[in-house]
Design a protein. Structure first.
Length: 136
């Protein structure tokens, strides 16, 4: 058995671009920068090293999300890895990308300031349930 699941969060490196297959299905492509934190052995300081991840999303949802996926937007993504290889100009090329199943916006840009989308207080489920509501 093998498991192919990926979860990352980071900032978009470019505006999302949508294209279509011959049958009309939307394909959305974008990049996410994910930092890896490592200690510099010479200075002893912690440093961020970016990893650039190509992401692809398919279908109507991809088409609808495209206007909101702009450079710098912070997102959380869940999906699976897909390996592709091809030949161009006589050279073998390949890439590893994330096929996105779920996408959550971690922030939005409005007026130049980043504002978190989850602004409301979390509801306490215990406050919403009363003993007389339970049928046993």
């Amino acid at each position: 058995m093998s498991i192919n699941r990926v979860m990352i969060s980071g900032n978009l490196t470019r505006d999302a671009e949508v294209r279509s297959t011959q049958s009309g299905m939307a394909i959305l492509g974008f990049g996410v920068a994910v930092n890896d934190r490592r200690k510099n052995q010479q200075t002893g300081e912690w440093e961020d090293y970016p990893n650039f991840v190509d992401c692809t999303m398919f279908g109507t949802r991809a088409e609808k999300l495209q206007p909101y996926l702009t450079k710098g937007t912070k997102v959380a993504i869940e999906g699976k890895l897909r390996y592709s290889s091809w030949e161009r100009d006589g050279q073998r090329r390949s890439k590893l990308e994330v096929v996105v199943d779920e996408l959550e916006f971690m922030s939005s840009k409005q007026g130049g300031a980043v504002q978190h989308l989850h602004t409301g207080p979390a509801l306490d489920a215990a406050e919403q349930v009363y003993d007389e509501d339970i049928p046993f």
